[in-house]
Design a protein around this ligand. Structure first.
Ligand code: PGA
Length: 251
């Protein structure tokens, strides 16, 4: 019942020419795939270009971040409204790199999420524990705090436009993936949290992606887990062949 979603987070990579080329390859080679959602998140400056390239294809467009105001005196920021204008249908919010490098906290992430939904876009809320938190047995507390903080004030109806991405920080960009069992355990815990915060129906409908060193050789095992509904892919999304293999997972 949950439609799989494979999303590529290009992070701070790809010039315009490179972004155009990768997007064109993905658009071409994903033709005919209609049983799963495919999304890419380029840097801001490549959004309109990629939007034009993927128009009419199976590829959806997401931004990697946003600012929680529509317009105004906010130098250097971009709002969900303008991201929508640029062709985006979703925004990645609260990625661990932003939490760590830009000191984003749950309250600020929550504001971004609410603004994103208000603007009619989907939100992909990223959560995940650090290695130290896992080793100190704080994983469940951290996930609980991030889910509750990130989703504060949301209605059940708004949850229909929310995707959660569980990305253990120790697995991001390290080549160390969570085992299928570790990922399933976290996903099942997160779904339980949603059940308590909203309803069993919302918990059952919400897509929970896994992220952290997802590669062609481990995607099938991860996608075979009951509560894993897709992947948020960093490094392996920068190469068309690798990303398409991940898109074409079989579970
Ligand atoms: P990775 O990144 O696939 O390179 O580990 C995932 C992410 O940060 O979304």
């Amino acid at each position: 019942m949950r439609r799989p979603l494979i999303a590529g987070n290009w992070k701070l990579h790809k010039t315009l020419a490179e972004a155009r080329q990768l997007a064109a390859q993905l658009a071409e080679k994903s033709r005919g795939i209609d049983d799963r959602d495919i999304m890419v998140a380029p840097v801001y400056t490549a959004l309109t270009t990629v939007s034009e390239v993927v128009q009419g294809s199976a590829i959806q467009l997401a931004a990697q971040n946003c600012y929680p105001q529509e317009t105004g005196a906010f130098t250097g920021e971009v709002s969900p409204l303008l991201l929508k204008d640029a062709g985006c249908s979703a925004v990645i919010i609260g990625h661990s790199e932003r939490r760590q490098l830009m000191a984003e906290n749950d309250a600020f992430i929550n504001l971004k999420l609410l603004k994103t939904l208000e603007s009619g876009l989907q939100a992909i809320l990223c959560i995940g524990e650090t290695l130290q938190e896992r080793e100190n047995d704080q994983m469940l507390d951290v996930l609980s705090r991030q889910v509750k903080g990130g989703l504060a004030g949301l209605s059940a109806e708004q949850m229909e436009s929310v995707v959660i991405a569980y990305e253990p920080v120790w697995a991001i960009g390290t080549g160390v993936t969570a085992s299928n069992e570790q990922a399933q355990e976290a996903h099942s815990f997160i779904r339980g949290l949603l059940q308590g915060l909203f309803t069993p129906e919302i918990a059952a409908q919400t897509r929970i992606l896994y992220g952290g060193s997802v590669k062609p050789n481990n995607v099938d095992g991860l996608m075979a887990q009951d509560d894993i509904d897709g992947a948020l892919v960093g490094g392996a999304s920068l190469n068309a062949e690798d990303f398409l293999r991940i898109v074409k997972f079989s579970s």
